[in-house]
Design a protein around this ligand. Structure first.
Ligand SMILES: Cc1cc2nc3c(=O)[nH]c(=O)nc-3n(C[C@H](O)[C@H](O)[C@H](O)COP(=O)(O)OP(=O)(O)OC[C@H]3O[C@@H](n4cnc5c(N)ncnc54)[C@H](O)[C@@H]3O)c2cc1C
Length: 333
């Protein structure tokens, strides 16, 4: 018989674990399925999460996994490969949420979901939390990807303090990179904006005036390689052979939202400058009844503290939704 859960959480990063903690404490039978590839895995430290500032990302997740286990939440290392909607049996309050459709159920209504795992297991759930994060695709400069999260960085709020006042480079990959070059000038007054794949004509007069006001040097030419000594970035090389001493390079990864499962469920997406993300209400409810999303699955800019908060919001909404569904069924409403 297919195992049934009140909620399956897809993804066990900050968003998924936070949702699971709240669901477990609300006595919902919950399964977290986590493929184990959190976005910030390349970074040694996680910054900006009050009381956890500087904690290694893996440690945060290990503590989170311990916390959810206290409340009977199950976690498996696996990948959800398919999700399908079906009918479910709402149960009477106080009864086991694992009742079969039609079997000892007060009323059958609403949705349920069949969740297929890569490892071959299939489970059912009354509600879903999609907390699958996103994938960063890095510019194709040789050696760059291997340094991501160390001295090739994307987020000054995550790493800016640690590299403050050092010589920064910013790799231009679109006119939006101007914003990054301006932002990082808050952390160092020695910033060179390498235009790389951005044509000079793509920069507006306002861009150039703001860059000048921030003291950012604009350097035309493609970056073809990184200079590294003793496993530390020391500079960049341009196509014309010139080199620039830099100890930090900011880049803008191309964010690839992990929306495949949501799209297959029919969730509506909306375009953002960082890709298409699900349309959600303030609790993270998508346009598919019964399916919530949280963390980087709903937007590029969700930091760890936002992801944890989004997981909490989704979970508390789900607890209310399940309870009211069952009460309405029992009350014949
Ligand atoms: C280099 C770097 C450094 C960063 N530093 C900071 C920082 O200092 N402070 C900060 O606040 N933020 C930082 N961030 C941002 C941070 O990584 C995200 O805010 C955070 O990871 C979002 O949490 P999440 O739970 O939404 O997603 P994730 O942490 O990415 O977790 C998603 C999980 O879902 C799993 N998953 C995906 N698809 C499936 C599936 N189909 N089935 C099962 N599991 C699946 C993934 O394997 C992963 O384990 C950094 C990001 C990067 C890239």
């Amino acid at each position: 018989m297919t195992e049934k859960y009140a909620v399956v959480v897809v993804g066990g990063g900050a968003a998924g674990l936070s949702a699971a903690l709240v669901l477990g404490r609300a006595r919902q039978r919950t399964l977290v399925v986590d493929a184990g590839e959190p976005r910030n895995a390349p970074a040694a430290h996680m910054q900006g999460f009050l009381t956890r500032d500087g904690m290694p990302p893996a440690e945060l997740l290990a503590v989170g996994r311990e916390e959810i286990a206290r409340y009977g939440v199950e976690l498996v290392r696996d990948r959800v490969v398919e999700v399908e909607r079906g009918e479910y049996a709402a149960v009477e309050p106080g009864k086991d949420a694992t009742v079969e459709p039609g079997e000892d159920a007060a009323v059958e209504r609403g949705e349920d979901f069949t969740v297929v795992l890569a490892g071959g297991r299939t489970v059912r759930a009354r509600r879903l939390v999609v907390a699958t994060g996103l994938k960063d695709e890095l510019p194709a400069v040789p050696g760059l990807a291997g340094r991501f999260g160390r001295d090739v960085l994307h987020c000054p709020f995550c790493h800016g303090w640690e590299v403050r006042d050092q010589p920064f480079g910013v790799l231009g990959t679109s006119p939006k990179s101007v914003h990054q070059a301006l932002m990082v000038s808050q952390w160092s007054k020695d910033v060179r904006f390498f235009l790389h794949t951005v044509a000079e004509e793509e920069l507006s007069d306002e861009d150039l005036r703001r860059l000048a006001a921030a003291g950012v040097d604009v350097v035309p030419g493609e970056v073809t390689g990184l200079l590294v000594e003793d496993d530390r970035l020391t500079g960049v090389r341009l196509a014309d052979g010139t080199t620039h001493a830099r100890s930090v390079l900011f880049v803008a990864p191309h964010a690839v939202p992990r929306t495949g499962l949501l799209e297959r469920l029919g969730a509506e997406l909306h375009e953002t400058p960082f890709g298409a993300y699900p349309v959600v209400d303030p609790t993270g409810l998508t346009t598919v009844p019964g399916v919530w999303a949280a963390g980087n699955a709903i937007g590029f800019a969700e930091q760890v503290v936002h992801a944890a908060s989004g997981g909490y919001r989704a979970a508390s909404a789900i607890v209310g939704d399940l309870l009211m569904t069952d009460l309405d069924a029992a009350a014949g409403l």
